[in-house]
Write a protein that binds this ligand. Sequence first.
Ligand SMILES: Cc1cc2nc3c(=O)[nH]c(=O)nc-3n(C[C@H](O)[C@H](O)[C@H](O)COP(=O)(O)O)c2cc1C
Ligand code: SF4
Length: 477
Amino acid sequence: MPAEHRLILKHADEPGYTPDIECYLKHGGYEVLKKALAIQPKTLADGKTLSGPEQIREDVKLSGLRGRGGAGFSCGLKWSFVDRKSGKPIYLICNADESEPGTFKDRQIIYKDPHQLIEGMIIACYANDVKLAYIYIRGEFVEGAKILNRALAEARKMNCLGKNILGSGYDLEIWVHRGAGAYICGEETGLIESLEGKRAYPRIKPPYFPAILGLYMCPTIVNNVETLCDIKHIMQMGGSEFAKLGTPNNTGTRIVSVSGHVQKPGYYEIQVGHATIGQLINDPAFGGGLRAGRKLKAIIPGGSSAKVFKAGEKFKLKKKSPDGKDIEQEVDMLDLPYDFDSLMAAGSMSGSGAIIVLDDSTDIVEALANISEFYAHESCGQCTPCREGSLWMSKALHRLTHGEGRKQDADYLIRIADNIPGGRTICAFGEACSWPVQSFVGKFKDEFIAKGAADEEKRGAKVDERKPVTRAVEELV
Ligand SMILES: Cc1cc2nc3c(=O)[nH]c(=O)nc-3n(C[C@H](O)[C@H](O)[C@H](O)COP(=O)(O)O)c2cc1C
Ligand code: SF4
């Protein structure tokens, strides 16, 4: 039977556990930081000496930790890209924007165990020679910002933060910055612009890779809240022990937000890949199954940008046989292990770790219209394919859900969605707004055509009733 494996959320929901430093210290808080600061330089067999911070960075590489913010990029590798020779200060930013629809995990840490995040951040900063760090928190989390500011003040008072931390000679300051209230503020380069006091327009990569040209054009690390908490646990148990949690290449634990049509929506921390999608939906330890009398229609496995899976969908996945050979196995969508690689092999992603469950009461066209309206609203507007494409898709879906659809809207939607990604946009939002359309329409095309056809029949008239300008623009696409 799969079960939760609470590493990060170990204390969060315990009765009597509070976000203040006394409670954190009673539970062994800041002991791992002491351990990190006390690491002595080590001489390797080849005569090379590794400083304490270098040893932490090596351990993070060894742990196999992949970022929990969305892309699942190796944390150790990201840190290795930091330009340490520029002579400029190195900054670290904790991405606490958490605005991917369906995701509600980072806020649990911030509200219930803020010192865990702060301890993880201080260790990450020490490992990377950072003297100034920021927590960029979603603007709507007013209470979260207050909790973090209170916790930072407590940490300063206990000399866990500030000058000469715990007598180690290491200085660090961390400030909380409240976000500007847009989804794009969570994209790391948009976030950096916003932190600099500007509109959150993402920067083009190259050249603006944060590790080289980030905040104030200085080398910058941007990591998610959960990723930074993992740093504390890697330091505590060692990278190789951390790597034993989860599955190869998908190490550690992950907090999964389960929402939608399940009996027990909530957040569940699992060893990565140790529970399948079906178990996360149906097991009493997790989502607890669908509502009475309902059947599964679809799930969105990694926040609203991830490509949808249709109930009953099958995938061919490569696996290792007991004798070590690569074999191909057919796997039902519900039997996919919830990890980075399996979901990617199945054509979607685990993204921000958020499963949205849709049962057979869902009008799939309405669901996509809802998602697309969000993306059209949130596009920052710098790139034409994203700005116009997200709006056209949303308008077509609005038509389809307001009795003005056409049979050919399904193909029209796919044509637009296919023309946004592929290096035509500055940031990954372009892909993020296309994937739901490509997958919803691709996998439920009949429902889109039926809706358009019904509308046409009701109207007794076709496309030509619409404004000539709209028609002309659509024909160009
Ligand atoms: C449109 C968009 C929105 C994003 N929103 C968030 C967010 O709210 N929180 C987050 O941690 N990462 C978000 N990301 C990913 C960040 O750009 C970045 O990759 C992440 O913070 C890196 O942290 P990690 O390596 O620890 O995962 C977003 C990316 C895109 C393209
Ligand atoms: S892809 Fe969209 S959100 Fe990203 S920079 Fe371009 S217009 Fe803005």
